[in-house]
Design a protein around this ligand. Structure first.
Ligand SMILES: C[S@@+](CC[C@H](N)C(=O)[O-])C[C@H]1O[C@@H](n2cnc3c(N)ncnc32)[C@H](O)[C@@H]1O
Length: 263
């Protein structure tokens, strides 16, 4: 998230108009906005290939993952730890065996948040170079490091019943609404008994979906995300805003989710 850029997320049956200029990915509000009705993501193939190209030019570092805001990583991880801790007060509490880090980048979250808490951690990440870096970064974590899947979330299906926690952070804006919903449905099937999905994303302060054409992503209003989650058979069981982030960044919320329908 570079200081002069913004994060973005996708809308409904949307598609990107290829000829329109693109903005960035992670954290500052962008001026390029559109309503859900306008449907931003017209051509999902272009949408994904643009994002792929964008990330292939980003350095495989924490700063690269966070658009130049590497310094917030510590606060981010502490906030996530606290949030996870509260989830274990819920009944049934999730297990502590397996976690999945979605859009894992170089494994920042896997290494600092999930590996200390779970017996085994898998990663899924679309960029091959980031996957290689994650393998190096997590080399000391063996045998806790499980599989690293080099795949876009739009094409990825978690193994049924495998995960106690599925964590998706700062990546869902790279999925079209349709793919996000389908991904959520697949995740509900990938959860173990008592398992939960957690999403941690930027959200707009208005009811407008903001498009970032530089990194091919969108930032959604919280209400839009909640609609998608519902369509994806997920219900919100806990919601919390991340505190102590720089004021110029988008508000970041953590949402803990359980399947709507018992699977
Ligand atoms: C802002 S970085 C966040 C990385 C990591 N979640 C973190 O917080 O450190 C976004 C990551 O999502 C990945 N990504 C982008 N589009 C994706 C997609 N369709 N499927 C899976 N990963 C994707 C990028 O390659 C990049 O590693």
């Amino acid at each position: 998230m570079e200081s002069n850029e913004a994060v973005a997320a996708a809308t409904s049956e949307t598609e990107l108009k290829a000829e329109e200029p693109i903005h960035n990915n992670t954290h500052q509000p962008t001026s390029d906005t559109c309503s859900t009705e306008e449907n931003v993501l017209a051509n999902s193939i272009t949408y994904y290939s643009n994002a792929k190209k964008y990330w292939s030019n980003i350095s495989p570092t924490v700063d690269g993952m966070l658009g130049g805001f590497g310094s917030i990583s510590f606060i981010d991880i502490r906030g996530s730890e606290q949030f996870l801790k509260h989830l274990y007060k819920q009944k049934p509490a999730p297990g502590r065996k397996r976690a999945l880090d979605c859009g894992a980048g170089i494994g920042r979250i896997a290494k600092n948040l999930l590996v200390p808490l779970y017996e085994q951690v898998d990663l899924v990440e679309q960029d091959e170079h980031f996957c290689q870096t994650a393998r190096v970064e997590l080399a000391d974590c063996n045998p806790k490091l499980g599989s690293i899947f080099n795949s876009g979330l739009q094409d990825f299906a978690p193994e049924a019943g495998r995960y106690d926690i599925i964590w998706a952070q700062w990546v869902l804006g790279h999925l079209t609404d349709r793919d996000a919903v389908q991904f959520f449905i697949r995740c509900t099937k990938g959860l173990a008994r008592g398992g939960m999905m957690v999403i941690k994303e930027n959200f707009t302060t208005t009811n407008i979906v903001e498009v970032d054409r530089k990194d091919s992503s969108v930032t959604r209003p919280l209400a839009v995300m909640k609609q998608l989650l519902k369509q994806g058979n997920l219900r919100v069981v806990k919601e919390q805003r991340q505190t102590s982030f720089p004021k110029e960044l988008y508000p970041v919320y953590m949402l803990a989710l359980r399947p709507l329908i018992k699977n």
